[in-house]
Ligand binder design. Sequence first.
Ligand code: ZN
Length: 313
Amino acid sequence: MPTEVRPASPDQARLLRELLDAGLLISSGVPGVYGHGEAFERVREGLDELLSREARERGAIKLRFPPVLPRHQLESTGYLGNFPHLAGSIFSFEGTEAQAAEQAERAASHEDWSEFQSQTEVTLMPAACYPVYPAIAARGRLAPGGVFVDAGGSWVFRHEPSLDPARRQIFHQHELVRIGEPAAVLEWRAEWAQRGLELLRSFGLDAHLDTANDPFFGRRGRMLAANQRAADLKLELLVPIAGPEPTACASFNHHLEHFGQTFGIELADGTTAHTACLGFGHERIVLALLRTHGLDPEAWPAALRSRLWDRLA
Ligand code: ZN
């Protein structure tokens, strides 16, 4: 059964057309999967550097991971229970020469060749902070004060085909992760929520902060979403891009001891660490900038250009 493609509002459809016409985005033919033209990518890279610099100046260590996740790790996080509709698994051919020939023949005529594919040990990355937790756990007990990690702008995949240019199937999520004592983690999240808000406003964006919930799956998911909201576990920075609703350009998640327990992350005193993460959506922020200041970054205000554009000049 083919997945339903979410339609776009007239405003979203117009923005997508303008972005493609200007060469900022490059169509792949699949909704929500785009290449980036030079100008789009230059702003995105400027943003990536700026976010990493902000984190480094506040003590973050830099870790980088590939855009695939060991399947075993995904299975441990509970993601498949909460978001079975968003996960992307990687399959590969396993079979005989005759089956390979059959597969190639069917593929050449665009018929179903899935029966020759078996699941591999990796999946696409669903959230860029996931590989951070087992990596930190493997280092042994944390030093007092815990750790702050900049996981960078990594590709993540969410299977939600849409014609809204701000809702992509594959995009860069810049994750900052704090792991430590409960009070320190909570304080970090509050501090970065404010810093994130000020940062987006300093770009001239009409940003505001709100509590939110994840798009949990099914009936049980509606309960999870209500609990998440009631406990203030998720905050979002919302910016208008293309109507009708403002778009979440960053989200702040407080996981309490979920990942600490799952991956066995211990504090200096041997108790379980708390974690929080902050994910900036690179492409959504670039879209918000293009929508707010115009599709030609050369014509943006000089102060903004000097932060996100002129570094390559
Ligand atoms: Zn995260």
